[in-house]
Design a protein around this ligand. Structure first.
Ligand code: GLN
Length: 491
């Protein structure tokens, strides 16, 4: 059985194979060597080393370490960190230093996690390629000329290139799963409400969720268990009674039924369809039962997502006016001029585009035609999923219809939006979904398979993903790379 990165490192630290400071230094060196990936916006080397020394102090006293203790990791740069710049990859927040920590970071600090830095993203998490960042595009470590996917571009690139053991991203319409898929690793978007959003800088509050991006399913289960809790300070947080994900790993999936949904569409390259067929066969060989399912409502998921998310984004981003928050223009004649110039200078093209779209669909004249209609359709989608889960335990689909594409290759925003077709339904319905590597295209780029389940079915999804991972070792490449590189880091 393949052991995840977190347990391996935990063992090394516990057995004294190396100190946490040495480990952290090795990661920091690697981050310097891999600057061309542009995975990090801010590196927090000093902070990481001081956190590592604290863990070493505990090790010297021979006290037992928690699983995540001393494990170097990264946070997407829209997750607030007290005293550490949090930019959202925007010029608007270039100099923003939060005065409080996001709930997830509070949790991980209690576990003595070591923060290597804040990773790159599409500006305000709006994008599917990592190209809209004010701090430049991130590169895909599997192929440098390609995008790593987005918007958690830097987190996925960092984990795939072993510039962090694991990372946290955010997913509004696919931003954890799609980059995980493009980089050949694991991404989990939890049930809406399972992980606190307190301190996550909002994109579309009704859809945003924080979740883990990891190299193995075991790592994802450990991290997800650590960050899932009901937060009284997040009104959308839910008290769920579910068993820990890690307890289900290794259990068989015979008897589970999975549905293959036609409406997710076919792959834009034949290898994606082939990989899904292979994936389904593997699940069957593991004892799961395949059924075919129709969810016609999914056909409208993409426009519904873009109407709702742009409307919510337009409203959320209203606070960045140069007066209350964000970049302030230096020359202006009046208050309206100050606001206009600050927003004009602070936001990039894609963000402005969405604010305009969102404002339009919320305007009095068009509210019923677009926003209200989209809300009604969202309810239809939720109902259709509920009906589907009467017939099966989880759904299988590609994470994306194609594989990573060249940086700069897609010019039109609509072409980017198309790549979210398989990921947005889970957000609209608030469901958990996992992306797991499932083979490669003929050029060697990773393909991702998505498992979507009913609310709070994360333990079952990860159980199935774990069985699949153990069976196929489809992400062996990633596993092999990280192990070799870690051992070769002259620790
Ligand atoms: N690609 C989608 C968008 O641009 C999803 C973004 C996200 O999940 N943060 O809206």
């Amino acid at each position: 059985m393949r052991q995840g990165r977190i347990k391996t490192i935990h063992q090394w630290l516990q057995e004294g194979k190396l100190s946490c400071e040495e480990l952290t230094e090795a990661f920091l060196r690697r981050m310097e060597q891999q600057k061309q990936l542009n995975a990090y916006i801010t590196q927090t080397g000093e902070l990481a080393l001081s956190q590592a020394r604290a863990v070493d102090g505990k090790r010297k006293e021979k006290r037992p370490l928690g699983l995540l203790e001393g494990v170097p990791m990264t946070l997407k740069d829209n997750i607030s960190t007290r005293g550490v710049r949090t930019t959202c990859a925007s010029k608007m927040l270039e100099n923003y230093i939060p005065i409080y920590d996001a709930a997830v970071w509070e949790r991980l600090q209690k576990e003595q996690a070591v923060l290597l830095g804040k990773s790159n993203l599409d500006e305000f998490a709006m994008g599917s390629s990592g190209e809209t960042s004010y701090y430049g595009a991130t590169r895909n470590p599997v192929r440098l000329s390609c995008v790593p996917g987005g918007s958690s571009s830097g987190t996925a690139a960092a984990v795939a290139a072993n510039l962090a053991v694991y990372g946290l991203g955010s997913d509004t319409g696919g931003s954890i799963r799609q980059p995980a898929s493009f980089c050949g690793i694991i991404g989990v978007k939890p049930t809406y409400g399972a992980v606190s959003r307190r301190g996550l800088i909002a994109h579309a509050s009704g859809l945003d969720q924080i979740g883990p991006i990891c190299a193995t399913v075991e790592d994802a289960a450990i991290v997800l268990d650590a960050i899932s809790f009901c937060d009284p300070q997040d009104s959308t947080s839910v008290q769920a009674v579910r068993e820990p994900c890690v307890e289900r790993l290794g259990k068989e999936i015979s008897g589970l039924r999975f549905g293959v949904v036609q409406e997710y569409g076919r792959g834009t390259i034949p290898e994606v369809d082939q990989a899904m067929e292979e994936g389904a066969k593997i699940l069957e060989s593991l004892g799961a039962q395949r059924i075919t399912i129709k969810i016609p409502a999914l056909q409208c998921a993409l426009p519904v997502y873009y109407i709702l998310s742009c409307a919510q984004a337009a409203s959320n981003l209203g606070r960045y006016d140069g007066v209350r928050f964000g970049h302030r223009a230096s020359h202006y004649d009046s208050i309206p001029d100050l606001i206009g110039k600050s927003r004009g200078e602070g936001f990039g093209k894609e963000v402005k585009h969405r604010i305009l779209l969102g404002t339009y669909v919320l305007s009095q004249e068009y509210y019923d035609a677009y926003y209200r209609k989209a809300q009604q359709l969202q309810k239809e989608i939720q109902k259709s999923f509920a009906q589907a889960f009467v017939q099966c335990d989880f759904l299988l689909s590609p994470t994306t219809s194609g594989t990573a594409y060249g940086i700069g290759e897609k010019e039109k925003c609509v072409d980017h939006y198309q790549t979210d077709i398989c990921t947005v339904p889970a957000n609209l319905a608030g469901l958990p979904a996992v992306s797991i590597p499932c083979g490669r295209d003929h050029t060697g780029l990773p393909i991702g398979m998505q498992l979507t389940g009913p609310k709070f079915s994360e333990p079952m999804l990860l159980q199935a993903a774990y069985c699949f991972e153990q069976y196929t070792d489809a992400c062996y490449q990633t596993g092999k790379d990280w192990k070799e590189s870690l051992w070769n880091m002259n620790l």
